[in-house]
Design a protein around this ligand. Structure first.
Ligand SMILES: Cc1cc2nc3c(=O)[nH]c(=O)nc-3n(C[C@H](O)[C@H](O)[C@H](O)COP(=O)(O)O)c2cc1C
Length: 343
């Protein structure tokens, strides 16, 4: 019998952000404690248990669990290959202010306004090996937007990424009720945008349209909000699994705090994703050339060493729209009552 407080802990923990709202976890009950294990939906496992996006999201989950259960009741470890363990003991009661802050954190993909001159993350501060950069200078913002545009174009030309994006989309409110994936209503689409997205959801059609330059237009649309952003925050470090985990932990902390301060947040992962694909040798010579150009541009603006990588770029500003919020699956659907059930 699973206790009500354990279910409430899991329900709140999975408000954690994950790439395309994939929520790639299961929670296994082991005596008084719970172990988090990796789980991917569908037949294609895009990131894997030790993939960069998984480590970033699960590092963020460890932040949420620490907030809910307390640091003493949350335990995390990760080895140099990226194999991780995360476990926790549910608290006796959940602090109301904590619950409210974690539930209010959300993605806003609409335009932002305002100018932000002082870094809103100063009070948070960087961990030893994690770089936190606040960027409000227009030339630097423009250069990062350019790097995002180049990477975004590569993504729209990549069959695997196209299929992943479109398999994540939830087209109707009833599809969104399944509780995972990207609810189309959370995107900032112009009138007719949904029909256009449906039109390009077929890869053969998209790849034919790419010959006419559609990927260029899509990349421009994708990167324009960054170009017009009041400010950006970038989280970077050397490329080690333990640091990616820490960066995810920091991401959740920063994001929760910014939303509490009334600032809107929109993450962009495309530079990181393209950098990882480049490293794995997934691109042909032309695409690799563009990826290298975008990375060089990012490293130059951010003053990064060759072995450092931006983990994520956050577009921030004051919201113009109260966005639709992404759903989550029910706590029950994450629970495995014993190890035997998971076999
Ligand atoms: C590792 C990671 C990468 C993400 N990349 C993007 C991105 O490139 N573009 C975007 O719009 N949202 C991105 N997101 C935001 C997620 O799509 C979002 O957190 C998820 O859909 C849940 O919605 P919520 O943040 O409103 O709870 C990313 C989130 C994470 C954790």
């Amino acid at each position: 019998m699973i206790s009500e407080i354990a279910k409430r802990t899991i329900d709140l923990a999975v408000t954690t952000p994950s790439a395309d709202n994939s929520q790639p976890w299961r929670f296994v009950n082991v005596g008084d404690r719970w172990e988090v294990v990796y789980h991917h939906a569908g037949s294609k496992d895009l990131f894997g248990p030790t993939g960069h996006a998984t480590l970033l999201s699960t590092g963020a989950l460890s932040y949420n669990l620490e907030q809910i259960c307390g640091s003493n009741n949350t335990s995390a470890s990760i080895d140099t290959a990226g194999n991780w363990r995360l476990s926790f003991a549910p608290p006796d009661r959940i602090n109301e202010a904590t619950e409210s802050a974690l539930r209010q954190r959300h993605t806003n993909r609409h335009p932002f306004i305002g100018s932000i001159n002082n870094s809103p993350i100063e009070p948070i501060g960087a961990d030893n090996q994690i770089r936190l950069q606040f960027i409000s200078e227009p030339t630097s913002i423009r250069k990062l937007a350019e790097a995002i545009k180049i990477c975004s174009e590569l993504r729209f030309k990549n069959e695997e990424l196209h299929k992943w994006l479109f398999s994540s989309l939830r087209w109707s409110p009833s599809e969104a009720e399944t509780g995972d994936g990207l609810d189309l209503r959370t995107l900032h689409l112009p009138p007719g945008g949904k029909a256009f997205m449906k039109f390009i959801s077929s890869w053969p059609r998209m790849s034919a349209l790419n010959l006419l330059g559609i990927s260029k237009a899509m990349a421009l649309i994708d990167s324009l909000p960054v170009r017009n952003a009041p400010a950006l925050i970038v989280i970077s470090s050397k490329q080690e699994p333990a640091l990616t985990w820490q960066a995810g932990h920091k991401l959740a902390e920063i994001w929760t705090n910014l939303n509490q301060a009334g600032l809107a947040v929109h993450p962009y992962y495309v530079i990181t994703d393209i950098a990882n694909r480049l490293q794995r040798g997934e691109f042909d010579e032309t695409a690799a050339g563009f990826a290298k150009k975008a990375l060089a541009l990012s490293r130059n603006v951010l003053n990064l060493e060759a072995d450092e990588l931006p983990h994520i770029v956050l577009r921030i500003g004051y919201p113009t729209t109260r966005p639709e919020r992404s759903k989550r699956k029910s706590a029950d659907s994450f629970i495995i009552e014993s190890q035997l059930d998971s076999l």
